[in-house]
Design a protein around this ligand. Structure first.
Ligand code: GLY
Length: 372
């Protein structure tokens, strides 16, 4: 770790050629941004990329604070919402930076939730063939998932995140206290991802989270900090081993094969976290049906996700034909086959013949979905 005045917890994420970047976690860390940028991402100019909500909440303050400290910084705002994570928004942002004469010696500060992280990261990855990005996540999902691992991109009409690239950040700055200002529903979305980390990698963490959910939803900042830290540690382990998702990183897709299909089948009226929550329930059941997952895993998972608003009745109510149609479009499919991550037990993902995800044929899937 480099020298800064604040004393954050540091989690290191490995990337290719033995390099790594740091994720710094500490309350009130945004107030140390000037020091952090000087140390980790010294640049001639900075472009804060943020949506209209977060831009107003944090972007203006951060811009003004950095300007007072002598930084050359501008704030670029896009309209909030996943529906704006598009090539058009990417085009607007890069055009604005070109008009403002940002050069190759600039750096993007991607400030906000997952959309700002993906979009800001993609702008950085492509602007003048690539400039550095610092991820400054302000939602719980972005802190523990989207800001770590270097995935960037936009959604297109054929599906989410289908145009993008890997562009690891120079630094990720996490202030867990920000979670206390989020609406409770947004907090639930992040906790669903945290529960996923426990289910796939750490049974004790899953059990701790299951007990702590009321305190976490009441925004107990110590408990939030603990969860943020553990989830970041777990995600860092996975992406350090497999940055480009050629193997182990696939385990993070637990719940996502059904989850993405459910999101699409419901015309994106469900949030991503909720869809993945339903996806985790269905993928646990599918694993049990196929004899791959211990049946005793289902009740604790159902109970824990139930506390986060994922009702099993809700999972059952989703039209199986629509789910099947969208599964056919899944970008994780190989040779047209649907691929799933299965747990064997809570805390362990099933690995068979070196593969972390497994194909399930259409007949078996149709039968499973109709039998629910
Ligand atoms: N959100 C899954 C991943 O980063 O691979």
């Amino acid at each position: 770790m480099k020298k800064i005045k604040a004393k954050p917890v540091v989690v290191s994420v490995g990337i290719e050629q033995g390099l790594s970047y740091d994720v710094l976690i500490e309350r009130n860390l945004f107030s140390s941004l000037s020091d952090l940028l000087s140390e980790y991402a010294p640049s001639h100019r900075y472009a804060i990329i943020s949506d209209n909500n977060v831009g107003e909440l944090y972007g203006l303050t951060i811009r003004d604070q950095l300007r007072r400290d002598g930084f050359n910084v501008d704030l670029f705002i896009f309209q909030q919402g996943e529906e704006n994570k598009t090539r058009e928004t990417w085009c607007d942002l890069t055009d604005q930076m070109l008009v403002e004469s940002f050069g190759r010696d600039s750096c993007v500060l991607a400030l906000g939730g997952g959309v700002a992280g993906d979009l800001g990261g993609f702008v950085a990855a492509t602007y003048m063939r690539g400039i550095p990005v610092v991820q400054i996540p302000t939602s719980l999902v972005a802190m523990i998932d989207a800001s770590i691992g270097g995935k960037t991109g936009v959604d297109v009409s054929a599906g989410k995140n289908l145009v993008g690239c890997f562009h690891p950040p120079n630094l990720v700055v996490v202030d867990p206290e920000v979670v206390c200002t989020l609406p409770v529903d947004e907090c639930k979305q992040g906790l669903i991802e945290a529960v996923k980390h426990g289910i796939i990698m750490d049974r004790t963490y899953f059990e701790d989270l299951s007990v702590a959910i009321p305190a976490l939803l009441a925004r107990d900042v110590d408990k939030i900090q603990d969860a943020v830290l553990r989830s970041i540690e777990l995600k860092a382990i996975v992406v350090s081993e497999d940055e480009h998702e050629r193997g182990k990183r696939e385990i993070l897709n637990f719940g996502h094969t059904f989850g993405h299909a459910i999101e699409a089948a419901q015309d994106y009226s469900l949030s991503h976290g909720t869809a993945v929550g339903h996806g985790m329930l269905l993928e646990t059941l599918l694993g049990i049906e196929l004899g791959l997952t211990n049946p005793e895993t289902f009740d604790p998972i159902k109970k824990c996700l139930g506390c986060l608003g994922i009702s099993f009745q809700g999972s059952l109510a989703i039209d199986p034909d629509k789910i099947m149609n969208y599964l056919r479009l899944d970008k994780k499919s190989k040779s047209g086959e649907r691929r799933f991550v299965f747990i064997s037990e809570i805390g362990s993902v099933l690995r068979r013949e070196g593969d972390w995800s497994h194909t399930v044929d259409e007949k078996t899937l149709t039968h499973f979905l109709k039998s629910l």
